[in-house]
Design a protein around this ligand. Structure first.
Ligand SMILES: C[S@@+](CC[C@H](N)C(=O)[O-])C[C@H]1O[C@@H](n2cnc3c(N)ncnc32)[C@H](O)[C@@H]1O
Length: 220
């Protein structure tokens, strides 16, 4: 018997390949963003950073996405929470896993209105919009009143906010919940990594060597 999966759905394959092709031009888009923020990212607010970066995809890698899909299949989460939708590449991998589980949903949050509009179109075109809820705004507010446990978490927004967002979600993490963060090589993720790698804080954490590295932390 041939088995298939939603990542092989032509609509999903086409959306992912188009978005990865556009993301290949991120360096050009980043140069334009730097012109909008001549003093750099540091003195600006997360909203200003997101507005300046509205054309930049900054996606997880395809291999990272396949890892997320497999984790969703294995964990069978009722609720996946994602911080940092961007144009929706990682969200599609998560939602494909949810679709193939036949149960669950993805809640994702993003600051850039431009990106949210594009991501919503993509979610509808791929037929995955019924399992995705997009929360518009700052994750520190949109995820504050989450009314359910977060059964699998992807933290991929601005790296200096990953630790505050984790703290916000901690009351909703049951023992055994996996929290995944992308881009372990970035300096701005260091405070987060120090926290989840210190067993005193209640995680067993491992760096998974997929492309630029994902930190997978299990809530104890
Ligand atoms: C690295 S990109 C996410 C890439 C996405 N996960 C993917 O694989 O395509 C980070 C995104 O997080 C968003 N972001 C940053 N800080 C945020 C915040 N406080 N609340 C919501 N979204 C935020 C940015 O606007 C940006 O689009």
């Amino acid at each position: 018997m041939t088995r298939t999966h939603t990542l092989a759905d032509p609509r999903v394959e086409a959306a992912l390949s188009q978005m990865f092709a556009r993301a290949a031009h991120d360096a050009d888009a980043a140069a334009l963003a730097r012109e909008k923020l001549p003093e750099g990212f540091a003195p600006t607010t997360p909203q200003e950073q997101s507005d300046a970066a509205a054309e930049i995809y900054m996606p997880i890698s395809a291999a990272g996405g396949q890892l997320l899909y497999n984790l969703v299949r294995a964990v069978r989460p009722s609720t996946v929470v994602e911080f940092g939708t961007s144009f929706g590449i990682s969200t599609l991998y998560l939602a494909a896993g949810v679709r193939d589980n036949g149960t669950g949903r993805v809640i994702t949050t993003e600051l850039s209105r431009t990106k949210i509009a594009a991501a919503r179109r993509t979610f509808a075109e791929t037929g995955l919009d019924d399992v995705i809820t997009v929360l518009e705004g700052d994750a520190r507010h949109t995820l504050r009143d989450l009314d359910t446990p977060a059964d699998l978490v992807l933290l991929d927004g601005w790296k200096d906010l990953c630790l505050p967002v984790l703290h916000l979600l901690e009351p909703r993490l049951e023992p055994g919940t996996l929290v995944i963060a992308d881009d372990v090589d970035l300096d701005s993720l260091r405070p987060y990594l120090s926290y989840v790698r210190d067993p005193a804080n209640g995680y067993q954490s491992v760096t998974f060597p997929v492309e630029d590295g994902m930190e997978i932390s299990c809530r104890l």
